[in-house]
Design a protein around this ligand. Structure first.
Ligand SMILES: C[S@@+](CC[C@H](N)C(=O)[O-])C[C@H]1O[C@@H](n2cnc3c(N)ncnc32)[C@H](O)[C@@H]1O
Length: 323
């Protein structure tokens, strides 16, 4: 199931998230990409409970489809940054494993602080893992591998088990990419041997989502009449999405307004806001609103395109399209 931030409790409980299988082991996968890993691994572990966290909305949908096709019921995916999820949602001593396959290596000098597997995150991970539970780390990047091992050792909370990666970790999209290039893969399990004295809260925020926010820039006529707005439906000719523009609201600030769009795609339905704001040079910016944490999908981009088209039909002249 796809879970949103508002679906969680803080902290949440396996009994609520997996009511049919509350006593099974619980695994978290960070940055699951297109979601090939869990359908491969789950049968080898007798289908533990699974929560996958990923910042890419497109990956979220791909992974959700894979889980559905594999008929794995006790598995949820969510589009969030890993750190707030682990901090806010996962209760202490609840996880059997935290899986990190091919995380972004941040290879440039001075960029190490952006890496996920640093001592503060690993200390938090140790707080959320059961004793004996482990962070499973697979990477092609030798330097990140050594770095993360040193960070794990520095916490004093883990034993490092160097083992062969599970076969499933060699079948992810990135694993296949590196294999094609003839590159090797490193795997280690940071096995929790000690509970941290205090939970780690002094964590450097992991980089905010860089996802491209759909937008357009256009020049609007002075006489745009929002009262002329009527509910309007746009359908993808291939059936991938339906966008219904439900409402248009004028902001208390002059010349700013917002459209409410209902976006239906496959099994995902979202209500999104598309804002139109005036720029310093007199042009207007049409942009997906952040409110509600929308998952940026083809249909959501189409919602921005639909608003832009509506404005074009009323005399707007588009100078840039970013969707
Ligand atoms: C190099 S890809 C690896 C994907 C997948 N694990 C694989 O092996 O094919 C790294 C993934 O981590 C995700 N990611 C990066 N930072 C993240 C964060 N803070 N929280 C959750 N996911 C994140 C990216 O969107 C991307 O899909």
């Amino acid at each position: 199931m796809i879970l949103r931030l508002s679906d969680f409790q803080f902290p949440d409980a396996p009994a609520r998230l997996y009511p049919d299988t509350p006593d099974r082991d619980w695994y978290l996968e960070v940055g699951f990409g297109d979601g090939r890993f869990w359908p491969h691994l789950a049968p080898t572990l007798d289908f533990p409970n699974y929560l996958g966290v990923e910042i890419s909305g497109v990956s979220l949908l791909k992974a959700h489809r894979r889980l559905r096709d594999a008929r794995i019921e006790n598995a949820h995916v969510t589009k969030l940054l890993a750190l707030p999820l682990v901090q806010g949602v996962i209760p202490p001593e609840s996880l059997t494993g935290i899986i990190v396959n091919f995380p972004d290596p941040w290879p440039k000098a001075g960029h190490e602080e952006h890496r996920l597997l640093r001592a503060p995150f690993l200390t938090l991970a140790a707080n959320r893992l059961k004793l004996g539970g482990a962070v499973w780390f697979t990477t092609d990047h030798d330097e990140y591998f050594e770095f993360a091992c040193a960070q794990a050792r520095d916490t004093g909370l883990f034993e490092l088990d160097f083992t062969a990666p599970p076969a499933s970790a060699l079948e992810t999209k990135y694993a296949l990419k590196w294999r094609e290039l003839g590159l090797g893969v490193n795997h280690v399990r940071f096995r929790k041997i000690k509970h941290p004295d205090a939970p780690a809260f002094d964590i450097h925020p992991y980089p905010a989502e860089e996802a491209h926010v759909p937008h357009a820039i256009l020049t609007l006529p002075d006489t745009l009449d929002l009262n002329a707005f009527e509910k309007f439906t746009a359908r993808d000719p291939r059936g991938a999405y339906t966008v219904i523009l439900l409402e248009a609201y004028r902001s208390v600030r002059r010349d700013e307004f917002t459209f409410l769009a209902h976006v239906v795609e496959d099994e995902l339905t979202q209500e999104v806001l598309v804002n139109v704001t005036r720029r310093a040079d007199g042009s207007s910016l049409v942009r997906l609103g952040r409110f509600g944490g929308p998952i940026i999908t083809t249909g959501v981009k189409a919602a921005v395109a639909t608003v832009t088209a509506w404005l074009e039909e009323r005399g707007g002249v588009v100078t840039h399209r970013g969707y």
